[in-house]
Every structure is written in structure tokens, then in C-alpha cells.
Design a protein around this ligand. Structure first.
Ligand SMILES: Nc1ncnc2c1ncn2[C@@H]1O[C@H](COP(=O)(O)OP(=O)(O)OP(=O)(O)O)[C@@H](O)[C@H]1O
Ligand SMILES: [Mg+2]
Length: 414
């Protein structure tokens, strides 16, 4: 019994190919995505997952919200202990807790147990460090094995997406898959066709792949640093003329380091800095945010603004939790400026993939966009502009990887 598992930085899915039935399994309230989040509720001494985790955190329960755990794979943090609702746990244990839950929900939904899986992986878990990258994959494999998968294979996420898209084709195409997720941007260039789809061995059809460690959470971070953190004193001056140290703001703007700011040490350093600050009212907001443990709330506001700005040109932020009556209007142009450099790096990665394949940009006839962050219009238009003859196809932004992994699992474990 083999499934495909897309453990994402932001959302996870599990697919299982069955004739006449949808491939993706329902994981939370009938929905096929389980947001990759846990909330350790200190008041109820319970753990919740997905949307329910975010709701409990937003409702103000005491406890700890964990997100973006995939970003920690392959880093030294993985084995570090962290304080979670009164107990000390390793990130590895926390990640295991999530993967166990994901598997259990998929099995409940399917009505069977899975003992084999194709797990998705980004082209690079870690950029420019093959050893750390291998460690990331090995760690994930170990966690999956402990969760009860006896046979485990890995597939690049952008190749899985291609298998999903291929099901819809009636002729051959040369397609560039562009998967912009929460943590990484991944690409693959493949020859796809209904005929080729029947072959078990696809090596010859995969011309190149590539990726870069930039995704929607980096867009959140860039937006937060350019538009929100300045409201809390980022880039303001001390009486000495020096700038406020940036590390607190960097940590607060990054999903998986928000909790680093909630220590006594940071609080006492900030109190020292306050005496020396030129714009104390901004630091007052920062104190309030820390006292209320509202870092994830603020990051959620940045993410919501980013998503809204995919459809509108401005978005009103209501920032009551850091100052009564505080609002801030964000323009799409501010967001686009903030992520300009990141998009440039994504474009370079696309160009590299074409070069590695020995294919010129005008030969690509289709570009297939998937991943939540491919919703950013500037990103689609900039990548589209690199591929003059390609028609644009928008896939199931949150489902195509999990579906493709399930197709791959059905073939490999047949
Ligand atoms: N309409 C939208 N416009 C822009 N960004 C969006 C939109 N909808 C979702 N996102 C962003 O997409 C990201 C999540 O996408 P997705 O679920 O594809 O990632 P993932 O698969 O979990 O991550 P990865 O594949 O990198 O591990 C989040 O950063 C989210 O804020
Ligand atoms: Mg993904």
C-alpha cells in the first residue's frame, strides 16, 4: 500500500491513486492540505495540528506555535532542544510528531495502512552544501521509517508536479515546471506526453532540474523587514548615532526563529537599548509584542498581506496587538520592491536549469506554475518574460506535488 507524501514548508498533502476516486486524501475537515504547523497548548496540555493549531494560537491560548519545520532539516538546529509548553523537546521529535500525525490522518481518510511511500523533496534542502542536503534527506527518511513506512523512496518535488500535469496532456510538450512553495523554488524541464507517461523509467525525459532556497516565507520576511519591523524600531537610531541591532528584527521576521526573541536575555538587552533609543515609542510596540508573545501573529499579518496583494493593489493592516488603533496601509509596489532581489535570484535559477539542459529559452513551449507562492503576479510575469514562446499553465497550486508523488508511488511500488 503506497502513497505519495508532500511534506511542505507551509502545507502538506498525501496522495493515493485509486481508480475513479480523487487522489488527494482529506486531512483536515475534508480539506486535502494539512498546514505544516503544530501548536503545543500549555493550558490544555494538548497538541493540535494544521488550521486548528493556528486557531488555538490566534485565540490566545498559552503555548507554542511551530511552523516552517522543513526549513530546519539539514541544519544544526535539528538536534537542538527547545522549550515547548513546559517541556524540553528536540526539533527532531517535534517533526516526528507532525509526520506521525500526517500519516495517521491519511490512513484514517484512506481506510487502510500505508507501508510504502514516495516522499517529495526539494531539489536542494540546503543550498550549496551537499553534505547538509544529504543529512536533511536522511533525517526525513529516518522520521518516516519511525512513523511506520517500511519502503521509502524520494522524488524531486518539481518532477512530481510534472507527472500530475502530464495526465492532462494530449500531445508532447517541452515543459518547464516552476514550483514556488513556502521554503523553496524548484524547477524541472521535461518532455511530457501521454505516450511517455506509460513508461516506468523516465530518466531520458528529464532534461534538467534545479532549485534555490527561496519561497513564500522569504517573501513574508522581506515584506516584514521592509514594512512592519520599522514600526517596531528596526533601522531607528540610538543616541550614539548607531542603528538598533538588527538581529531581533531578523529573528522576528523569520517564521522558525520567532521564539528566539522570547528570552529574558533579549528582554534585558532591549531594556538597555531602550534607554539609548531615539524613537522609544517604536520600542514600546516591540516590548508589547514580546510580552504578548505575538510574533507569529505579526508574521501571519505579513503573510496575509502578501496573499491579499496578489489580488489587490493595497492592503490595510490592523495592528491592534502592538498599539491600540494602529493601522498601516501596504501598497503592492512596496511588496514588489521588497522581493525584487529574491525574484532576481529565482530567475537566475531558471536560466541555470535551461543552460544545464542545453535548451534555449525559446524552445520551451509550456511553463507550468504550481506552489502557493506562484500566486505572486510579478513572479509569474518575470519568469514568463524569460520564456518568449511558452504558454502559461496554472496547476493546482497546493495539490499537484502530492498528486504527482502518488502517481510515482503507484508506478514504483506496483
Ligand atoms: N495567493 C497567494 N499569493 C502569494 N502567495 C501565496 C498565495 N497563497 C499562498 N501563498 C504562499 O504560498 C506558500 C505556501 O505554498 P505551498 O503550500 O506550495 O508551500 P509548501 O509546499 O508547503 O512549501 P515547499 O514546497 O517550499 O516546502 C506560503 O508562503 C503562502 O503564504
Ligand atoms: Mg511544495
Amino acid at each position: 500500500m503506497a502513497c505519495g507524501v508532500d511534506f511542505g514548508t507551509s502545507n502538506s498533502t498525501v496522495g493515493w491513486v485509486r481508480p475513479g476516486q480523487p487522489t488527494l486524501l482529506a486531512l483536515e475537515d475534508g480539506k486535502t492540505t494539512l498546514p505544516s504547523m503544530l501548536f503545543f497548548n500549555a493550558e490544555e496540555e494538548s497538541v493540535s495540528y494544521g488550521r486548528a493549531a493556528l486557531t488555538e494560537y490566534m485565540d490566545g491560548y498559552e503555548g507554542r506555535l511551530m511552523r516552517s519545520l522543513k526549513s530546519i532539516l539539514g541544519t544544526g538546529l535539528m538536534s537542538a532542544q527547545t522549550e515547548v509548553a513546559g517541556q524540553s523537546l528536540s526539533f527532531q521529535t517535534i517533526l516526528s510528531t507532525f509526520i506521525n500525525e500526517l500519516k495517521a490522518r491519511a490512513e484514517t481518510s484512506a481506510g487502510i495502512g500505508f507501508d510504502a511511500a514516495v516522499l517529495g523533496r526539494p531539489v536542494h534542502f540546503v543550498d550549496d552544501d551537499p553534505k547538509a542536503d544529504q543529512l536533511a534527506q536522511d533525517t526525513l527518511a529516518g522520521i518516516a521509517r519511525d512513523a511506520g513506512f517500511r519502503h521509502i523512496e524520494f522524488q524531486f518535488e518539481p518532477i512530481a508536479a510534472a507527472f500530475d500535469y502530464e495526465q492532462t496532456l494530449d500531445r508532447e510538450t517541452l515543459t518547464l515546471i516552476v514550483d514556488i512553495g513556502g521554503g523553496t523554488s524548484d524547477f524541472s524541464l521535461l518532455r511530457l506526453s501521454p505516450e511517455r507517461a506509460k513508461a516506468a523509467e523516465r530518466h531520458a525525459d528529464i532534461l534538467a532540474w534545479g532549485g534555490v532556497h527561496i519561497g513564500g516565507t522569504d517573501f513574508d520576511r522581506a515584506l516584514s523587514l521592509s514594512a512592519l519591523m520599522p514600526l517596531l524600531g528596526y533601522k531607528t537610531l540610538l543616541k550614539s548615532g548607531a542603528e538598533m541591532p538588527s538581529s531581533y528584527y531578523f529573528n522576528l521576521a523569520t517564521w522558525h526563529t520567532i521564539n528566539f526573541v522570547y528570552t529574558r536575555r533579549v528582554m534585558s538587552d532591549l531594556q538597555d537599548l531602550f534607554r539609548d533609543a531615539q524613537e522609544r515609542e517604536k520600542l514600546d510596540r516591540l516590548f508589547k509584542l514580546i510580552a504578548r508573545r505575538a510574533g507569529h501573529w505579526l508574521a501571519t499579518q505579513a503573510e496575509a498581506a502578501k496573499i491579499a496583494l496578489s489580488d489587490t493593489s493595497e492592503h490595510l493592516l490592523v495592528l491592534e496587538r502592538i498599539e491600540e488603533g494602529l493601522t498601516h496601509t501596504l501598497q503592492r509596489s512596496v511588496f514588489e520592491n521588497a522581493i525584487g532581489g529574491l525574484i532576481g535570484r529565482i530567475e537566475t535559477a531558471v536560466t541555470d536549469v535551461l543552460r544545464n539542459a542545453g535548451v534555449t529559452a525559446d524552445q520551451v513551449d509550456t511553463v507550468y506554475f504550481t506552489g502557493g507562492a506562484s500566486g505572486v503576479p510579478l513572479l509569474r510575469s518575470q519568469i514568463g518574460a524569460c520564456l518568449p514562446n511558452a504558454r502559461h499553465v496554472e496547476g493546482d497550486r497546493f495539490g499537484s506535488i502530492g498528486t504527482g508523488l502518488a502517481i510515482d508511488a503507484a508506478r514504483r511500488f506496483a
